[in-house]
Design a protein around this ligand. Structure first.
Ligand code: HAM
Length: 420
């Protein structure tokens, strides 16, 4: 037997129906905020992520599915969506055509991580990116879109944490102070953090290692090193959230795991999923367009991990709501009715109904059992007697009440029964 690839999942049944409902909410909410869907290929040149996400990040350093194609190009299964969206925006001149470009996406991503509940090697993100504005209204719009979507999907056990990384210049000054402080405590740091001291010292701030956390408690605070403009920008974002009545906490240690951020960063976290507590991550990434060879363009966005949202939905609602069954099970009660019953099913389907027929040539009893199993609302039976009288029997599956209906009036009568 060949199994599914480790860290990847099949989606079906009631769970898939719940995903589709969540996707409907996503379409409605993004439309309400004026965002358009954008689809990019699943494969990109490896260089896009190396440059865009940063070679010192976990994603690029150890999590990418990278391979050489038959033409010798190094390609990577996309591990995140922001770099591909910016690549597409530069390549297709999106921001020049419209000064703010609002895009959303939903699709599979790939990271070679150690699989566990809420962490997969193929997972899905819904995300949105607002390209072209450096103003705090754009940061707030993005945060509000993420929060409104999660509430619309029907979950509530999450909270918003925000922080600011300030401008790259003010962060550079802080970085030097931080490295000096951490170096003087190097013996107390985890091996991972000692390695990061050279490559990505800010990431030590949100290390989950208890020894690191102890050292970090005494570390200088990034906020204290920020210039006035950076502080004013962050203050304005928080002001909009306050006015909109969105609760949040400022987490001064949040730095996020990707290199492209500046100014606002945020996460939406939950206590209900164990260690995989982030359901959404995002922030402003003003440097990214230039890093990828485009004209400097301010931008801000977020990505929501769909698997984690769906786990939370399942936990909060105590399971999946069963998906609705077909409108009609069409029961064929004789050999002669086989073809006419298939044609009847087609007639009902063309009238907009969902209809399941028997293709196993089973007994009427077995077909009734199947109709119950599928939770069909009605069963329409066609046999020799019915064909002779030009009628069918329409049975309401829940009440077991049934009546004869002239074939010519079938569609109207079935519609009436479904509404009743
Ligand atoms: P990220 O924090 O790497 O950010 O991922 C965002 C979300 O994707 C996480 O909060 C989590 O819910 C989900 N996620 C990440 N890895 C996995 C995994 N292995 N299994 C299941 N879910 C996962 C980004 O990707 C940025 N592109 C966000 C962004 C958009 N920043 C600006 N615009």
């Amino acid at each position: 037997m060949i199994s599914v690839v480790r860290g990847m999942r099949d989606l079906h049944g009631n769970e898939l129906a719940a995903w589709q409902q969540a996707e409907d909410v996503i379409r409605a909410t993004t439309a309400a905020f004026g965002y358009s869907e954008y689809r990019t290929p699943i494969l990109e040149f490896t260089e896009l992520f190396k440059r865009g996400v940063g070679t010192d990040t976990d994603i690029v350093g150890k999590e990418m599915y990278t391979f050489e194609d038959r033409g010798g190009d190094s390609l990577t299964l996309r591990p995140e969506m922001t770099a591909p969206i910016v690549r597409a925006a530069i390549e297709n001149n999106l921001v020049r055509h419209s000064p703010t470009t609002r895009l959303w996406y939903l699709g599979p991503l790939f990271r070679y991580e150690r699989p566990q509940k809420g962490r997969y090697r193929q997972f899905h993100q819904f995300g949105a990116e607002c390209l072209g504005s450096a103003h705090p209204e754009a940061d707030a719009e993005i945060i509000l879109l993420a929060m409104e979507t999660l509430a619309g999907i029907g979950i509530s056990s999450f909270r918003l944490e925000v922080n600011t990384l300030g401008s790259p210049e003010s962060r550079a000054a802080y970085r030097a102070e931080l490295v000096a402080y951490l170096s003087s405590n190097i013996d107390a740091l985890s091996a991972d953090s000692v390695r990061r001291l050279d490559t990505n010292p800010l990431r030590i701030l949100d290390s989950k290692d208890p020894a690191d956390a102890e050292v970090v408690k005494g570390a200088p605070r990034l906020y204290d090193y920020l210039d006035d403009d950076s502080k004013a920008h962050f203050g304005a974002v928080c002001g909009i959230l306050d006015s909109a009545g969105i609760p949040y906490t400022v987490n001064h240690r949040m730095v996020r795991g990707l290199d492209y951020y500046s100014h606002t960063v945020f996460e939406i976290v939950t206590d209900a999923l164990g260690s995989q507590n982030a359901i959404c991550g995002g922030g402003r990434y003003d440097p990214l367009f230039a890093i990828l060879g485009g004209t400097a363009t301010p931008a801000v966005g977020f990505s929501i991990g769909m698997e984690r949202v769906m786990l939370l939905l399942e936990a909060e609602h105590g399971g999946w709501t069963p998906a609705a069954g077909p409108h009609v099970f069409l029961c064929c009660a004789s050999d002669a009715a086989r073809l006419p019953s298939q044609l009847l099913a087609l007639r009902l389907r063309r009238a907009g109904l969902s209809v399941v027929t028997d293709v196993l040539r089973r007994s009427v009893k077995a077909q009734v059992r199947e109709a119950d199993k599928l939770s069909a609302q009605l069963m329409v039976t066609l046999g020799d007697d019915e064909m002779e009288r030009q009628e069918v029997v329409v049975k309401h599956m829940a009440s077991r009440e049934q009546r004869s209906v002239p074939l010519a009036a079938l569609v109207d009568e079935v519609m009436k029964d479904l509404k009743a």
